[in-house]
Design a protein. Sequence first.
Length: 194
Amino acid sequence: MSTATDSVDLVGDEVAVNLVRAALLAALMGAFAFVSFPNPLNPAVPVTAQVLGVFLAGIYLGPAWGGFAMVLYVLAGALGAPVFSGAGAGLGEIFGPTGGYLVSYPFAAALIGAVVHGVDGLVDPEGVSVARLVGAMAAGTVVIYALGIVVYWYYLDTSLVAAIVGAGLAFVPAEAVKMAAAMGIVRSEEVQAT
């Protein structure tokens, strides 16, 4: 007696692969949160490697899946996983002085992905010009710090200039290093988009 079984795909292979990639980037973001050190110009907001994760999500996953990866990351932290800087978790982190940075990550990753990949679908990031990659990361950084500064300013009731300096400009050197790291990863012979 033989039985025939039909395979039913609930989602396509491409969707399944992209879900796994998004989950991996979300997990990487959690690991990047632990790469943290105090900012000498503003000890209230640590320097972390999280923005590097945002860059990589947009560059490798594109606007939709890169943004989704960051939504997964923020959602995991909101639900209690200790994936924010300093092993922080919960809604208090999102609705606190540094919450603007967290909320900005999906938007920044989507913008970076849109600038890198355009509207014609995903492209191999290794073939994208340095100027376009740097422009994409700079645009994403502006989104991150615009939201980060506004929320920081609101919660800490400081002057706008102090918020811009303490929650934005104090991080420019670190962001330049993260951009260089992302460029090194993208241009590496060992990392290939599949």
